[in-house]
Design a protein around this ligand. Sequence first.
Ligand code: TMP
Ligand code: ASP
Length: 236
Amino acid sequence: MKKLEQLYEGKAKKVFKTDDPNLYIVDYKDDATAFNGLKKGTIEGKGIINNRVSNHLMKMLEKNGIPTHLVEEISDRETVVKKVTIIPLEVIVRNIAAGSLAKRLGLEEGTKLKHTVLEYCYKSDELGDPLVNDYHIYALGIATKEELDLIASYSFQINQLMSDYLKDLNIELIDYKIEFGKTPDGTIILADEISPDTCRFWDSVTGEKLDKDRFRRDLGNVEGAYHEIMKRLLGE
Ligand code: TMP
Ligand code: ASP
């Protein structure tokens, strides 16, 4: 397969067309941003780690019945994925209060939630990805009730599968953000990435943060944390 022209460049990835109309190639960058692009930096080797970690987790999910965009990893930073139109929602699942939820509801970070929380943010850089509910999503025509029910069901299944998988590696899944896409035939599948950029991972024993919060909050040893996640998941 041939890599053709660049279709899109995001904050952390580039997407290319290929000579197969149903496939794209994603290319992971080391660039890091936070706070809607206000904070910018580089995390050395992040693109390689996120490519490998995301593919590893998607493979595990796929094996357990979640349809994903993953086709094949073709290099350190590049993966062939199914062509989708991204549904403009950041689907956030939370097990433990942290980040914006802790702030919004006045909870101490680390508070165990009595119930899993599912949130949606409308993906719009201009608007700063505002929090929306089911009715906003129907009203804006972002997804139908049937589609959103499926997205919610996948999101909870993914939470169970990822939490169990990571627990054995002494990683606590605090919260995460996922995105779904629609293939040309209208099937909804998991897309984008699952990585330390898009999840909060805490060491279950020490509580150490092993994710992008180290960059967002200037906690130091950002690269070390990303490496630690890759080591625990992939053994290297
Ligand atoms: P939040 O607490 O800042 O709302 O973040 C919730 C989760 O979503 C956290 O695991 C980080 C992830 N996230 C992204 O992947 N992209 C984003 O733009 C934001 C704000 C959060
Ligand atoms: N990547 C997002 C941005 O640039 C935010 C984040 O992950 O914190 O704003």
